[in-house]
Structures are given as structure tokens and as C-alpha cells.
Design a binder for this molecule. Structure first.
Ligand code: HEM
Length: 194
């Protein structure tokens, strides 16, 4: 048992095995030919991806950034050279997976055009999709390019590095702000929240 939890890969595999058992017990396999089930399944993949993305966004904003000034200078590289690059990897690919599964879901739901045009009754999810798309753009085209300068993946002058850190930090804060209404709109569509 202990061997499972010593490896992240084995831990995730164990989670999937439990899910497959739950599905077997619940008789879910009989529904696999059903389009409605796949629509549900893409919602599930979408929410899993969203948790990875927004979980790390909130980790940066609630934990890492406020803790940095309290860490002695000689220990800071542990965060900037080890933790941050790994967190940023899962963060940006979480964002990519969220937007892809979200767009597939909107297509499967047959409302992608109406939602993006903010037409009723899809205004809630349309707003959520636009907010999510702005946040995805910020991750891939502002936060990540600037973080590459901060982390030294792209070599720049110290002044440019400081400016890049400020730009990435501000944009990360903007995404944290947008995550509040975005998530409300996501959940509102099915639950008459807007
Ligand atoms: C980036 C662009 C995004 C797009 C295009 C998108 C698209 C969608 C769509 C089409 C739905 C189905 C709405 C419905 O008919 O009920 C949905 C639901 C949802 N999305 Fe997103 N989404 C995005 C970002 C996010 C993010 C970042 C999260 C964060 C966790 C998220 C969490 C959710 C949740 C919790 C639901 C509700 C699922 C349910 O009630 O069954 N989405 N999204």
C-alpha cells in the first residue's frame, strides 16, 4: 500500500482504478454508447483540467508570491529554480487542456456560436468562455513569455528581468480577479445562477 503513495504515477493510477471500479458498480459501462454520457465525461475532464489550472494560479497568488519576501535570499533559488518551473509547466498545460476540453464541450452542447455571441439562454456560459479565453491568452502570451525571462530560460538584462517579473505578476493578479466571475459563469449555466 505504502509503495503506491511513494510514486505520483502510481497514486494517479490508483485513483483511476477506483474510478473504474465505481463505474462498474454503478453500471456506467452500459451507458458508453450514449452521447449524453460522453457530454458528461467531457465536463468531468474539463473540470479536472480547470482544477489543475486555477489551483496552481491560486497557489502562486495565495502562497508562493506572498511567501517570497519572507524567504532568505540564499534559499530563494529553491523556489525560483526548482518549484516555480514545475508549477508553471502544469499551470500552462492545465490552461491549454481546460480551454480545449471547454471548447469541445461547447461544441458537443451545440451552442458554441450562440454562447460566444452571448445570446440567450447561453449568456452565462458565453461570458464564462470569454473570461476563460482572456485568462488563457494571458497565461500563454503574457505570463509564460515573461516568466521565461524571470527564470533565465531567456537571457535578458537585469532591468528587463525586473520589468518582466512585474508584468507577469500583474497579469497573474488580473487572472486571479477574473477567476472569480469566470467560475461563477461556468457553474451558472446549468444551475440558473445568472
Ligand atoms: C478557458 C476557457 C473555458 C471554456 C471555453 C469553458 C467552457 C465550458 C463549457 C462549455 C461548460 C458547460 C456549461 C454547461 O452547459 O453547463 C463549462 C462548464 C464548467 N466549467 Fe468551464 N470553460 C473554460 C474555463 C474553465 C475554467 C478555468 C474552469 C475552472 C475550474 C472551469 C470550470 C467549469 C465548471 C466547474 C463547469 C460546470 C460543470 C457542470 O456544471 O457540470 N471552466 N465550461
Amino acid at each position: 500500500m505504502g509503495a503506491i503513495f511513494q510514486s505520483l504515477g502510481r497514486t494517479i493510477t490508483a485513483g483511476v482504478v477506483i474510478l473504474l471500479v465505481v463505474m462498474a458498480v454503478a453500471g456506467t459501462y452500459a451507458k458508453l454508447g450514449d452521447m449524453e454520457w460522453w457530454r458528461f465525461f467531457f465536463r468531468y475532464l474539463h473540470v479536472l483540467s480547470g482544477v489543475m489550472w486555477i489551483g496552481l494560479l491560486w497557489y502562486f497568488n495565495f502562497v508562493q508570491t506572498p511567501s517570497m519576501p519572507k524567504i532568505p535570499d540564499e534559499q530563494k533559488p529553491a523556489v525560483s529554480k526548482v518549484i516555480a518551473p514545475t508549477a508553471l509547466f502544469w499551470f500552462r498545460w492545465g490552461a491549454m487542456s481546460t480551454i480545449i476540453t471547454g471548447l469541445i464541450l461547447a461544441t458537443m452542447n451545440n451552442y458554441i456560436g450562440q454562447a460566444l455571441a452571448l445570446q440567450k439562454p447561453f449568456t452565462a456560459i458565453g461570458l464564462g468562455m470569454w473570461l476563460g479565453a482572456i485568462m488563457w491568452f494571458n497565461v500563454w502570451f503574457i505570463i509564460w513569455p515573461n516568466q521565461k525571462k524571470v527564470l533565465g530560460i531567456v537571457t535578458v538584462s537585469p532591468e528587463e528581468k525586473a520589468a518582466a517579473a512585474k508584468r507577469a505578476g500583474m497579469t497573474s493578479r488580473i487572472n486571479t480577479m477574473l477567476s472569480i466571475p469566470m467560475l461563477f459563469c461556468m457553474v451558472a449555466q446549468q444551475n440558473a445562477g445568472l
